[in-house]
Design a protein around this ligand. Structure first.
Ligand SMILES: *[C@@H]1O[C@H](CO)[C@@H](O)[C@H](O)[C@H]1NC(C)=O
Ligand SMILES: *[C@@H]1O[C@H](CO)[C@@H](O)[C@H](O)[C@H]1NC(C)=O
Ligand SMILES: *[C@@H]1O[C@H](CO)[C@@H](O)[C@H](O)[C@H]1NC(C)=O
Ligand SMILES: *[C@@H]1O[C@H](CO)[C@@H](O)[C@H](O)[C@H]1NC(C)=O
Ligand SMILES: *[C@@H]1O[C@H](CO)[C@@H](O)[C@H](O)[C@H]1NC(C)=O
Ligand SMILES: *[C@@H]1O[C@H](CO)[C@@H](O)[C@H](O)[C@H]1NC(C)=O
Ligand SMILES: *[C@@H]1O[C@H](CO)[C@@H](O)[C@H](O)[C@H]1NC(C)=O
Length: 418
């Protein structure tokens, strides 16, 4: 193999490996934290341990059923007093039934490794929580143990963020309390380029007044843990709140709430979820290029174009990829030039993010508020329309759900009170 070709081939392999890696990481649940009670332990081979194993093994199969509550929540017991085990799980309200089941299965498998002897345990992932105890924990508000997690990055305008978090949290709590799922999300503009996303959820076995008390208690802890930070969470066993400057929940699964009677103020226009293209891919994802993968994508394109050109010269008949198929889906998602011009403020230099191999990249904001990155094809680049289309198809394919939703920021836990 000639050295250049070998080099390109290596780039291609690196690209494939890195994509495979992100995919594998994304399938795992995003672990948040766990608390093992140290006040009561069970002994090996005890009846309690057997009951617990029975409960943990039955939870995944029962997970899809639900029992009188909305799906995504389940409570069960195993055994008889005094060795009865009470268990429950809760999935974040935007999770599909199968994602929920995956998360709970994952948690049930993990939990005994994390807390091998505790009679009472709670394990939180970003997408679900699993909890069990030797005491009845159903329909009872519990605000201890408390865990707060924060994104360590400061924002520049801390005062304004704290204010917006305060008002938005108050609204999202009101919304969550007033629906039977006890779950709500909300988003609002923070700066031109940043959107604040908030979420509140209680276990649906709580009454609305207990849920309200629980959530207000959680919100009240946000200033002490997470003031001025880019993201924060307060986790109680019975409820939790979270905010971020990126969409950490599935926006298309959290439809704008039906106007509820208890709702004090109507949701502002900013809370409407983004529209979706025919294929189910959000219409902006086609142009939005997530920065870290863009680099890999460019490397891939280079390798791809190079190999393709070489192959064409040699054989003059290259087996066409299924790119045509993909383009039929993609064509319906294209934006006209005027929309892009408005979004990038006429390709203003202020919006310029950088320069890639084939042209300049600009930051833009669509009328829906969605942020996008726009790559302007330069005539001098030598990249043809066909190559450009290929790149678009590729980047669209890279928009795996978990690639955009995955949080790469550093989280640290603190303030664990029991
Ligand atoms: C329970 O087990 C933990 C860890 O093994 C230990 O630290 C704790 O002291 C035990 N608690 C009791 C009450 O025995
Ligand atoms: C638990 O029971 C298994 C077999 O049922 C036995 O092999 C093991 O030694 C027991 N462990 C303890 C700590 O008693
Ligand atoms: C959970 O599943 C087990 C079998 O997998 C079943 O025996 C049990 O009745 C189920 N529990 C509930 C509360 O549905
Ligand atoms: C689940 O919780 C509800 C409400 O507290 C309770 O009535 C029901 O008996 C529980 N289910 C099981 C299987 O324990
Ligand atoms: C973040 O802000 C706090 C207070 O506003 C300050 O004490 C801290 O040093 C800042 N951290 C970083 C990493 O800038
Ligand atoms: C988001 O929710 C929708 C509707 O429930 C679902 O079809 C889609 O697969 C979800 N997307 C992700 C990334 O989980
Ligand atoms: C958010 O920003 C977008 C674009 O800057 C704007 O069109 C939209 O009206 C804003 N939404 C709110 C609720 O202010």
């Amino acid at each position: 193999m000639p050295p250049l070709k070998f080099f390109m081939f290596s780039l291609f392999l690196i690209y494939l490996l890195s994509f495979q890696f992100s995919f594998t990481v994304a399938v795992d649940r995003e672990y948040a934290t766990h608390v093992c009670s140290t006040t009561a332990n069970f002994t090996r081979n005890s009846t309690y341990e057997k009951n617990l194993n029975l409960l943990l093994s039955s939870i995944p199969t029962n997970a899809s059923r639900g029992n009188g509550f909305s799906s995504g929540f389940f409570n069960a017991t195993a055994g008889q007093d005094p060795n009865r085990v009470y268990g429950l799980f809760l999935c974040r309200g935007d999770q599909t039934t199968s994602d929920c089941q995956d998360c709970v299965t994952f948690a049930a498998r993990d939990v005994l490794q994390l807390c091998p002897v505790s009679k009472e345990t709670i394990l939180w992932y970003a997408e679900c929580l699993l909890r069990y105890s030797d005491q009845s924990i159903f329909s009872t508000m519990a605000t201890s143990p408390t865990v707060s997690l924060l994104n360590t990055q400061n924002v520049t305008d801390q005062g304004r963020l704290n204010e917006l978090v305060g008002t938005q949290m108050s609204q999202v709590v009101t919304q969550a309390v007033s629906n039977t799922k006890r779950f709500a999300t909300r988003k609002a503009n923070f700066t031109t380029f940043q959107t604040l996303y908030s979420l509140a959820q209680c276990t649906p076995d709580l009454s609305s007044s207990d849920c309200n008390t629980c959530l207000r208690g959680a919100v009240a802890r946000l200033p002490s843990c997470c003031s001025g930070k880019q993201g924060g969470r307060v986790l109680f066993p019975s409820c939790n709140v979270r905010y971020e400057l990126y969409p950490f929940y599935n926006e298309s699964a959290t439809a704008p709430p039906a106007p509820a009677p208890v709702l004090l103020s109507p949701p502002p226009p900013g809370s409407v979820t983004t529209s979706r293209g025919k294929s189910g891919i959000s219409s902006s994802t086609i142009i939005a290029i997530v920065a870290p993968i863009a680099v890999t994508a460019v490397l891939f394109i280079l390798g791809f174009c190079f190999l393709r050109r070489k192959a064409k010269k040699k054989y003059n008949a290259v087996p066409e990829s299924n790119a045509d198929n993909d383009l039929t889906t993609l064509e319906s998602l294209q934006f006209d030039f005027e929309t892009i011009e408005v979004a990038t403020n006429k390709f203003s230099t202020d919006n310029k993010l950088g320069e890639g191999g084939f042209g300049e990249v600009y930051k833009g904001v669509l009328p829906s508020g969605q942020e996008i990155a726009v790559k302007r094809l330069s005539k001098a680049s030598g990249q043809g329309a066909e190559e450009f289309k290929n790149e678009v198809v590729l980047v669209a394919k890279l928009q795996h759900r978990n690639l955009t939703l995955k949080n790469k920021d550093n989280w640290i836990g603190q303030d664990v009170t029991r």
